[in-house]
Design a binder for this molecule. Structure first.
Ligand SMILES: Cc1cc2nc3c(=O)[nH]c(=O)nc-3n(C[C@H](O)[C@H](O)[C@H](O)COP(=O)(O)OP(=O)(O)OC[C@H]3O[C@@H](n4cnc5c(N)ncnc54)[C@H](O)[C@@H]3O)c2cc1C
Length: 507
């Protein structure tokens, strides 16, 4: 089976809008927050504005202003977001890159797991479903289901952070494994970390990343060699939410990012949860479990999405810093300018990575093309080590200025304080309220709890730092790059010997 070529019929459009998306979240899913089970996700103060930020993306899919920038049709004539369908050329990848950027600008780069993140994997099921053998039809059906609605999928790949020194099979009490199967499906128990945005999604993709799969052995780990989808309202699936920065936000004025972009991370627990057969992609197959991550093209593609997202986030930060130094009167100092210039160059490096990823793709699964593996791996490592430098620049350039603030928006409404605030809180060329507003935004971006979680996210969301270095080395060996590098040195060594130059052009 493959995508059926578009018949003469007109394109089909079943894309969700924002209202449908919000309604779809209230399906009885089991989410625990501060000792209580969440009733309606879309109305709960821990999640409601993050949900609305996602709903805004769904509405944009239908707005004429973005038509052509955000969407495209797949081979069957189905209208979808441009990154939710496979790419067959550099032009397709470029269109997808630009569509990712349109969505990211709505959140100023501050939501890592918008629905296009997991589209990096889902789109590849169209061309790559055969990889899943007996479950190939499931894979293809999930492509269609996801692309037709632009479903919001989260994913969990990582085992709980315990007993990493033992074989996975010895940690059955915690790591996800199969309990039994019957004619309805498979029954799984265990926990996974951390399901970013899961409360706001439709379905979870459960799998393994390269580090986890590397620890598995055929003949030993079959019970854990599983890849499947599970709906958020499936009985036996529990989300244990972390604290919510949206819930804790005092007001939009005090926490302008946290109060709308907190894509809550959660621990996902499966307690004898039923996974219907049609949701299974890999069952008790260690080799396929090890292979799907690299072979699917997910790695190549999620780094494109992430790189576009981080570029937009840096654009936002450059603007933030420019306005911050203007407000403190330091913008003309050479040392300050050098640091802002560094940020600009970092942003341009990130965008150049995306250009390289779309312009020089490699053959993907089936007839698809995907960003080149080596470029994606290099971008990943650059990205996960870039954010701490951004924060460092803010710390040095704005120094203590963000702490020169007020405890809450109420102070601005307090007549007894108005003259004092007006006089002592003004910025350079900026009235007090505007200066306070700007630096509250800077605080939320760089120093709040929301910001701290972002720093942890940027460093770790795509695997641990060791793995991010081991992968490029391994791939350079598999793909022959390492041999090329060795032979370059061999050529150099052959230029001379103990008697002098061997190379003919040297004296
Ligand atoms: C905010 C946030 C959101 C995230 N969202 C998601 C998500 O939605 N879905 C998802 O799947 N993941 C997500 N992740 C990533 C994931 O949960 C892990 O944090 C990430 O993959 C790093 O793995 P780890 O924390 O288990 O670190 P570990 O794998 O425990 O590694 C930590 C360090 O321990 C050492 N180490 C570990 N194992 C070995 C070994 N076998 N041999 C030698 N040394 C070793 C290394 O020095 C390594 O750098 C998220 C992470 C964060 C921080």
């Amino acid at each position: 089976m493959s995508i059926k070529e578009k018949p003469a019929a007109a394109e089909t459009n079943n894309l969700m809008n924002g209202a449908e998306y919000l309604a779809s979240l209230n399906d009885g899913r089991e989410i625990w927050f501060r000792g209580e089970r969440v009733d309606k996700v879309s109305e709960h103060p821990a999640f409601r504005n993050a949900a609305r930020s996602i709903a805004r993306l769904y509405d944009a899919l239908h707005e004429p202003e973005f038509h052509g920038q955000l969407t495209g049709v797949d081979k069957s004539g189905m209208l979808t977001h441009a990154f939710f369908k496979p790419a067959y050329s550099a032009d397709d990848l470029r269109a997808a890159r630009d569509a990712i950027a349109v969505w990211q600008r709505f959140a100023y780069g501050w939501m890592g797991r918008t629905p296009d993140y997991k589209a990096a994997f889902m789109a590849q099921l169209a061309e790559g479903h055969q990889f899943y053998g007996d479950y190939a039809d499931n894979a293809f059906a999930w492509y269609t289901k996801c692309a037709s609605r632009c479903l919001f999928m989260n994913h969990v790949l990582i085992d709980p952070p315990v007993d990493r020194n033992r074989p996975r099979v010895d940690v059955r009490d915690q790591y996800v494994s199969v309990e039994k199967d019957d004619d309805r499906g498979i029954y799984v128990s265990g926990a996974k970390m951390v399901a970013t945005g899961s409360a706001l999604t439709h379905t979870t993709f459960v799998g393994l990343n390269s580090g986890t799969a590397a620890r598995m052995e055929t003949g030993r780990d079959e019970d854990m060699a599983l890849v499947f989808f599970i709906d958020m309202d499936a009985p036996g699936v529990k989300l244990i939410s972390r604290s919510s920065y949206e819930f804790d936000a005092h007001s939009p004025f005090d926490a302008p990012l946290a109060s709308r972009f907190d894509e809550n991370d959660a621990v996902m627990v499966f307690e004898n949860a039923l996974v219907p057969w049609e949701n299974v992609l890999i069952y008790r197959d260690v080799e396929r479990s090890k292979g799907f991550y690299a072979d699917s093209g997910f790695f190549n593609r999620f780094n494109l999405q992430s790189c576009v997202r981080l570029t937009i986030k840096l654009e936002f930060c450059i603007g933030l810093l420019l306005k911050g130094v203007e407000a403190t009167g330091t913008g003309d100092f050479r040392g300050v300018q050098t640091q802002i210039g560094e940020l600009v160059a970092m942003r341009d490096t990130l965008w150049s990575f995306t250009t390289a990823m779309v312009s020089e793709p490699e053959q993907g699964i089936g007839n698809s093309v995907v960003p080149k593996l080596q470029t994606a791996a290099a971008a990943r490592l650059y990205m996960t080590n870039a954010w701490h430098r951004v924060r460092e620049i803010f710390e040095c350039v704005l120094a203590g200025a963000p702490t020169y603030t007020i405890s809450g928006v109420e102070d601005l409404r307090q007549p007894a304080l108005s003259n004092t605030l007006e006089r002592y809180y003004r910025g350079t060329g900026l009235e007090a309220q505007e200066r306070i507003k700007l630096f509250k935004l800077i605080w939320d971006a760089m120093y709040s709890e929301f910001a701290g979680r972002h720093a942890l996210y940027e460093r770790n969301y795509s695997g641990n730092q060791d793995q991010q270095r081991l992968d490029p080395l391994r791939w350079s060996q598999i793909r022959g790059d390492a041999d090329r590098y060795r032979s370059l040195v061999d050529e150099c060594l052959a230029d001379y010997d103990a008697d002098g130059w061997v190379a003919k052009h040297l004296l």
